[in-house]
Design a protein around this ligand. Sequence first.
Ligand code: G6P
Length: 372
Amino acid sequence: SAAEKGGYDYFMLKEIAEQPKAVADTLLGRIDGSGSLSLDEVRIPAGVLREIDKVVIVACGTAFHAGMIAKYAIEHWTRLPCEVELASEFRYRDPILDAQTLVIAISQSGETMDTLMALRHAREQGSKVLAICNTNGSTIPRESDAVLYTHAGPEVAVASTKAFLTQLVACYLVALYLGQVRGTKWGDEIRAVIRDLSSISGAVEQVLGTMEPVRELARTLASKNTVLFLGRHVGYPVALEGALKLKELAYMHAEGFAAGELKHGPIALIEEDLPVVVVVPSPRGRSVLHDKIVSNIQEIRARGARTIVIAEEGDEAVVPYADHLIRVPVTPTLLQPLVATVPLQVFACELATARGNEVDQPRNLAKSVTVE
Ligand code: G6P
């Protein structure tokens, strides 16, 4: 009913709007007065976590993209090697797992069969499994050694939005917690990131307030067949997520690429007026990547692409090459997906509406896939 949708036309719109609260709720009570993490729920003893020598993340769909982003954070903040694998592929390739492996299973529903089978396999090999889950008491957390719940609240729309943002928050918390417990040399950086995370909900709110031009743009693209997405570093999984949303909702051919791979194939796809969404890393910090992606934007535009550029406020270098410019607030590099994903959700939702598709219940898809 309309009341259930909180006055929005679709659950998806309501859930997109709920993201600042979902993000804040997922942080609530997990940072103590001294600015350190207190994750008592992660019932794996600190002694065991200190012995871990590898992290393996398993998940499906949107949760898999959260896992891809987590890899960058975990490796950077803990120096532990981290692999991310599609849960459906995991157990069939005889992965190397032992008691020193921490397996993180990410699932909104907690009922995805592929993810459940992957974690069962990991536990059989003696690995510890930590679930990141949005559904209290569901099967995946029940069968794991520990769980860190995301506090997105119920997500009804099939295409995941607020659950994804909270999965990212939970992944950052786990990464920082591992760093804290293991006493990595990044101690000061960890404290600084915890401070940045505390203000990220406001940044998400800010993005939501600037989405009207994104909706307008989406409506003008309703008759297109293909949209490409490019990103680098943590912007690469964001590009994949933008493409997935477009497939799920708009039933359009959409593909995400790592921008550095452009020259190895995808650039052959560029043709006159093809919409290409580019997620641009911050010009601060890893500025080499920023400059490389600006060159990519120039290259595809020279070949006729219609460039839709998502860039940080104050990034002036992209302006001459952006046919459409979508601004996101300044955030630390690793946290940018929390703001950069939001315009892509709005974009896909509006395109779906413009194409007359059912936003909350896309054809052929289920919210939770409980078969292998
Ligand atoms: C289905 C849904 C996706 C979701 C995936 C994983 O395919 O349609 O939106 O990302 O399952 O679901 P989970 O509940 O495990 O996060």
